[in-house]
Design a protein around this ligand. Structure first.
Ligand code: XUL
Length: 528
């Protein structure tokens, strides 16, 4: 019998499923359900409820539950062999939180497959909406928790990150301060990942170390709840949080709800879920330290596994637990593709091919010309005041400006990843702009490292399916090595390797000093 595993991904805009045939190393099914289109009654836009305050971003947890019903119904209709699935794991958008009252545990334990999930779950929430990662309404609470933990550096060292508006601890504190009665009625708090895992398992599921690290509430070194952080966030919090666990932990058999309604095997295992970034790490095959992912999207991210926990004293980057053991680091640069597009459009360049051709007319290092493309307030480095800064660069020279923005983005990644103390030996490039050879050439030369392209659109759901396989094998008494688990599922595109050019590497080894000095100057100018 084929060994089938299901990975689900509850993201901001959609719920996705990936089914893998483990022995054949194949994705045999893959489907996404867009919340706005499939569930218009909730009135979300891009998965988020409209709110007059642009800082507030909430979503309805019942919509996520209803999507789970719809997705299982679609899988059944599409003929997926649901009865053959051995284990289910999942991935959730990070940081978002769900608030239960004291009826939740009993309701989850007795889900009736004659009703819908929504009918089963009515009346179990102490807060009808969930703040999600896009919410930035908790600046005051961030300052309070940071101060209680001894400042920025101490907060990062203890919890893996400085306090951030989207992180769950500050969000819980805001709920406690603004709705104290509803907070008092709250018997349990889940992350999106542990909420969805609780539905599949039919009982309150633990939070895994990967997603737990995105709360500012977990002791990153010991991987236990951090007493001081809990106290700084809200009273009586420890009692409301589930236990922390490794993501290979099995919560139990799947809920009889899914057996009765969709024909799952009653022995199928329901695992602890993780966050989308930790799951993507596995889904992209980034399991050995030194292998790094760079995603070139609307914003750019730089992430990779980390053996020893090493936090960022500047408080710009994050350390999360990695489902493949130890830790992972992640930094997010806001001015990614959108900034590149701004330069392309400012010079009337019609496509990326032309952009790359223009770049190629200038040598690596661009004769020392530097451009800091902070079209929007930047996360890394922390820039509150948007602005474009040019140093030894003629604004009228289109080719030099094209080269300058790409070089600056890559130099910034190299500079701001230094705190991780991980020298990349291989970069996996992914995301929309990773099919641009001109960008990958600069990436390889600046980072002095080979670059390979990998295109896995559902890396989080695939990672979750691989976590399900791993957890099932562990329970079966095997000791699967992660290299073996991901083999064949996460191979880079053949022939995509770009090797660094030693002459260009030497240029960038010198230019990085100038780039860092320019950044310092621009930050002073913008009063950061
Ligand atoms: C990570 C973060 C986002 C969400 C997206 O810190 O906020 O990547 O996880 O779903």
């Amino acid at each position: 019998m084929a060994k089938l595993f299901l990975g689900l991904d509850s993201s901001t805009q959609s719920l996705s499923a990936v089914v893998i045939d483990y022995d054949r190393r194949k994705v045999v099914y893959d489907k996404s359900l867009n919340f706005d289109h499939a569930l218009p009654a909730y009135g979300t836009r891009n998965g988020v409820l409209p709110n007059p305050d642009p800082l507030i971003k909430h979503s309805p947890p019942l919509m996520w539950a209803e999507a789970l019903d719809l997705l299982f119904a679609a899988m059944k209709k599409d003929g997926v062999a649901l009865g053959d699935i051995l284990a289910i794991s999942g991935s959730g958008q990070q940081h978002g939180s769900v608030y239960f009252n004291d009826r939740a545990a009993a309701a989850l334990a007795s889900l009736d497959s004659g009703k819908s999930l929504v009918e089963n779950l009515k009346g179990i929430f102490s807060r009808s909406t969930s703040p999600i990662w896009m919410d930035s309404s908790t600046a005051g609470e961030c300052a309070e928790i940071r101060e209680a933990l001894g400042g920025l550096k101490a907060t990062a060292q203890q919890t893996g990150s400085d306090t951030f508006e989207r992180f769950t601890g500050p969000q819980i504190r805001k709920f406690y301060k603004t709705e104290p009665e509803a907070y008092a009625r709250t018997a349990g708090i889940a992350l999106v990942s542990s909420f969805m895992a609780s539905l599949v398992a039919g009982k309150i599921a633990p939070i895994d170390y990967g997603d737990g690290a995105g709360m500012n509430l977990m002791d990153i070194q010991k991987q236990v709840w951090h007493g001081g952080a809990l106290k700084a966030a809200a009273p009586d919090l420890e009692r409301k949080l589930p236990p922390l666990a490794d993501s290979s932990k099995i919560v139990g058999p799947v809920s009889s709800y899914f057996v009765g309604k969709y024909g799952l095997n009653p022995a199928a295992r329901a695992l602890v879920w993780s966050g989308d970034n930790p799951c993507s790490l596995v889904g992209l095959g980034l399991i050995q330290e030194g292998r790094v992912g760079i995603s070139l999207g609307t914003s750019d991210t730089y992430f990779g596994p980390m053996k020893n926990c090493c936090t960022d004293d500047h408080g710009e980057g994050h350390v999360f637990g990695s489902p493949a053991g130890s830790y992972m680091s992640l930094i997010c640069f806001k001015n990614g593709s959108l900034a590149r597009e701004k330069i392309r459009d400012a010079y009337g360049i019609k496509d990326w091919k032309k952009f790359g051709d223009l770049m190629a007319t200038k040598p690596p290092g661009n004769h020392g010309g530097i451009l800091l493309p902070w079209f929007e307030a930047e996360i890394v480095p922390r820039v509150n005041q948007p602005g474009i800064h040019r140093f030894d660069l003629d604004e009228k020279d289109a080719a030099a400006n094209c080269r300058a923005i790409v070089e600056a983005q890559m130099l910034s990644k190299r500079l701001h990843a230094q705190w991780m103390q991980v020298t990349p030996d291989c970069i996996y490039a992914t995301g929309g702009a990773s099919n641009d050879p001109a960008l990958l050439r600069v990436m390889a030369d600046v980072m002095n490292c080979r670059v390979l392209r990998i295109e896995i659109s559902k890396s989080a759901a695939l990672g979750a399916a691989l976590l399900a396989a791993h957890g099932w094998l562990v329970e079966a008494g095997e000791r699967p090595r992660w290299e073996e688990v991901v083999a064949g599922f996460t191979d880079p595109i053949p022939g995509s390797e770009v090797r660094p050019n030693p002459d260009a590497v030497r240029v960038y080894d010198r230019l990085i000093e100038k780039y860092a000095a320019c950044e310092r100057k621009a930050l002073e100018r913008s009063g950061a």
